[in-house]
Design a binder for this molecule. Structure first.
Ligand SMILES: [Cu+2]
Length: 102
């Protein structure tokens, strides 16, 4: 007879990255949240809740480059590299947002 060792059940640790909302609402001529923090590989979605058109356009050399989003329109982008990415609205350059990818 071979004694069977009890199987040890490893405690499952679910890594909880700070709940990274991956959605940005565009409303009232502002991005909300204005700073979105996500983990690498996250697909973020912007949805324009205004009736005015908006864009999601990288400042500098970033890759965000949405078409003009009409009311109800949305844009998605998958962040594959870590970093801090600033963007603005091409129609209303006073609108600014940032995505921090960890
Ligand atoms: Cu705009």
């Amino acid at each position: 007879m071979v004694a069977m060792a009890p199987a040890s059940v490893a405690a499952q640790t679910t890594s909880t990255a700070p709940t990274a909302a991956s959605h940005v609402a565009i409303a009232g001529f502002a991005y909300s949240p204005s700073t979105l923090t996500v983990s690498k590989g996250t697909t973020a979605t912007w949805t324009n809740n205004d009736s005015a058109p908006h864009t999601v356009t990288s400042s500098g050399s970033g890759s965000l480059n949405s078409p003009v989003l009409r009311g109800g329109g949305s844009y998605t982008f998958t962040f594959k590299t870590a970093g801090t990415f600033s963007y603005y609205c091409n129609v209303h350059p006073f609108m600014h947002g940032t995505v921090v990818v960890k």
